[in-house]
Design a protein around this ligand. Structure first.
Ligand code: ZN
Length: 260
């Protein structure tokens, strides 16, 4: 979209557009969605795309509407703006398809599925979690311990990762969202308690090839594993309800040789 066209979109329409989109890219199509946060309350990184085009893509003189009004705009990230406007995609992202896309996105935002507790806090928590889970494969959080009493050594990496993240990013933790903050603290403390219990000792058998350790099964151990898994599930559910794109990582299999 050229800046010349943007000039005629009012501030009121822009605010309405960004707010109703929850500050996130509205792109969603056949179950794929973007949801990227594009606003921190001061700087907007999103783009106001025309649904019915002014002169460019999807321009249609027979559709009468105010082309620069909220009703004819959709809030998108730069990548998805390019994708919907690309010549080869115009028969996919039609005027009707884009109207439906916008309606679906705004309906989802209005259900509160993506809690919005202030743009600065939201952006802070998003950047912290997305950075942390670049280094921690989120699937290992669960799968490494769910196989108790067989535990993959990757389980022990999580606390190291959190420790190094804290060192390298002072002020990043604790998270700002109170619900997410508590869930993250519970997760870390359950992980710590389980890791303390599972410290390798002479009762543990080790498979040097697969890095899987097997502990003697105890009720006490099972209870700690259970508590840990519940806290992982709670944290992952909360992250998914706020920042679903963080969970778009490939599925990790801790026991590939065994499951083959
Ligand atoms: Zn996008």
């Amino acid at each position: 979209m050229s800046s010349k066209k943007n000039r005629s979109i009012s501030v009121t329409d822009t605010i309405l557009l960004v707010t109703n989109a929850g500050g996130r890219c509205s792109f969603n199509y056949e179950g794929k969605y973007c949801n990227k946060i594009l606003s921190d309350g001061r700087v907007n990184l999103g783009e106001r795309a025309h649904i019915v085009g002014v002169n460019g893509p999807r321009a249609n003189e027979s559709i009468k509407c105010d082309k620069n009004a909220y009703e004819n705009l959709i809030w998108l990230c730069r990548d998805h703006h390019k994708i919907i406007d690309h010549t080869s995609n115009l028969n996919i992202y039609t005027v009707d398809a884009l109207r439906e896309m916008k309606a679906r996105h705004e309906a989802k935002i209005s259900t509160g599925r993506y809690p919005y507790y202030g743009s600065d806090q939201t952006t802070h928590d998003y950047s912290v979690l997305s950075c942390l889970f670049e280094f921690i494969d989120i699937h290992t959080l669960y799968s490494c311990a769910a196989s108790y009493p067989r535990i993959h050594l990757d389980f022990f990496d999580v606390s190291d990762m959190c420790f190094h993240f804290r060192e390298g990013n002072p002020g990043a933790l604790p998270l700002k969202d109170p619900v997410l903050r508590r869930a993250f603290m519970n997760f870390e403390s359950s992980h710590y308690n389980l890791a303390q219990l599972l410290r390798p000792n002479n009762t543990v058998s080790e498979d040097m090839f697969t890095h899987i350790y097997t502990w003697p099964r105890t009720i006490f151990g099972e209870n700690r594993v259970y508590k840990y898994l519940l806290d992982v599930e709670r944290l992952i559910d909360l992250i998914e309800s706020r920042f679903p794109q963080i969970l778009h990582q490939k599925v990790y299999d801790p026991f590939p040789e065994i499951n083959m």
